[in-house]
Design a protein around this ligand. Sequence first.
Ligand SMILES: [Zn+2]
Length: 241
Amino acid sequence: MSRDRHTIPTPTFRWITAAALCLAAILAGGCRTAESGHISRMESLVRTVGPAEEAFVLGAGIISRESWSWQAPIVERLTPMGTICRMTIHHTAGEMTPGEGVGEVKDRLRRIQSEHEERMNAGDIGYHFIIDGAGRVWEGRSLSWQGAHAGNGAANAGNIGIAVMGDFDIEDVPPAQAAALRELVERASAAYGIGAAEIYTHREMKAMYSLEETTCPGARLQRIMDEMRRELAAKEKRPAR
Ligand SMILES: [Zn+2]
């Protein structure tokens, strides 16, 4: 199945998650998180939410969460993001949306938000950004909160979640949508110092954390990401002038 399933740890395994977060911080090359104990929750919030984040969101032409969500995040279910150091690309595994207007996409976002809150006990929609079929970029969960998209708490630590609407195991990524994804990935990389090696697809994250396999983000978007990362890595290697 290509459905983009996500899981959250039960309270019983919280200590395992905490230990895994420390390991994740090491594996991620200095990716420090609030849960790793290096940064207090309040310090993390102050560090993450500020003019830099606001400028990134506005500069990227992203449509605000307030424009579509009818409800506030359920804060008691959320974890501060801590230091951002990587990102993960998903597809929603839903129907394609190229012809959908803004109102239809807002309805779709609210359905995803409800599903994540009910099925995963999440505090908000799990992704930080969602790109619709026309290439519009929507703000999901605030970047000040850790996402619920990669598979578990360790995988979500410091990890920006970007979802591309559609099922790319069976359909092509429309050019406008692919271009918007490329622009968002490059902006986020520049804003948070994320190298090509820290840009993952969901199937790669699942494999890295030995979680249940997924085909997310679909074979066709996976190919686009493979190519995009090759290009970004080549740019990184180019000597500075
Ligand atoms: Zn996914």
